[in-house]
Design a protein around this ligand. Structure first.
Ligand SMILES: Cc1cc2nc3c(=O)[nH]c(=O)nc-3n(C[C@H](O)[C@H](O)[C@H](O)COP(=O)(O)O)c2cc1C
Length: 185
């Protein structure tokens, strides 16, 4: 199984790698793959038992390689089960970390008429020292409006790793149920 990620600053990659590690601990092998450098073909996706995509948000949109992945996926005639995780800072707020409560994830699912078996939003990482002047200014403004830190020296990892662990557990259950069904025939 493959876990795809779309990441600019590394947090979605870190989350995808963490999920792969949890699955490996249960004997389920999964390779984290960067959608930016190795986008799957429709044929790759069609033969996967399950497809996981972890994709981050910039300025209100999922990264372009994430959206291209969705385009490829939605063109499949018999798509495998889809698992989606959106990574953004809005999800640091209670209630905004679900498929219904996270505006980016809700829109992604609705616009593309997707029916993921699992979907969630994880809070990402805020790292002002890493950002260029324009991005830093924009994010500081967004944080000012939404009650987050505005000190340009702030670095905060909001990701709740226990939630990532629980999500990995749910993915494992879906995969194991699928494998059991296949074995039974
Ligand atoms: C330039 C920029 C724009 C961002 N825009 C948004 C946004 O519109 N909404 C949001 O909730 N988070 C936004 N974020 C926060 C990112 O989604 C968050 O930092 C995430 O961890 C980035 O994931 P990545 O490291 O995998 O790229 C933005 C971050 C940056 C650097």
């Amino acid at each position: 199984m493959q876990i795809f990620y779309a990441s600019r600053d590394g947090q979605s990659r870190k989350i995808a790698t963490h999920i792969a590690g949890r699955l490996a601990a249960r004997g389920l092998s999964a390779t984290p793959t960067d959608l930016g450098s190795a986008p799957p073909t429709a044929a790759d996706l069609a033969r996967a038992p399950l497809v996981v995509a972890v994709m981050s948000i910039r300025y209100g949109k999922h990264l372009p390689e994430g959206l291209r992945f969705i385009e490829t996926f939605r063109a499949l005639e018999n798509p495998p089960p889809l698992v989606l995780a959106s990574v953004n800072l809005t999800a640091r707020k209670p209630g905004k970390d679900t498929a219904e409560g996270n505006v980016y994830l809700r829109k992604l699912i609705a616009r593309n008429a997707l029916s993921p078996v699992l979907a969630t939003a994880f809070a990402g990482r805020l790292d002002y020292p890493r950002y260029g002047l324009f991005d830093k200014t924009m994010i500081r403004f967004i944080m000012l409006v939404t009650g987050g830190p505005t000190d340009p020296a702030s670095v905060v990892e909001y990701t709740q790793w226990d939630r990532v662990d629980a999500f990995a557990g749910q993915i494992a259950e879906v995969l194991e149920a699928k494998t059991a069904a296949t074995v039974k025939g």
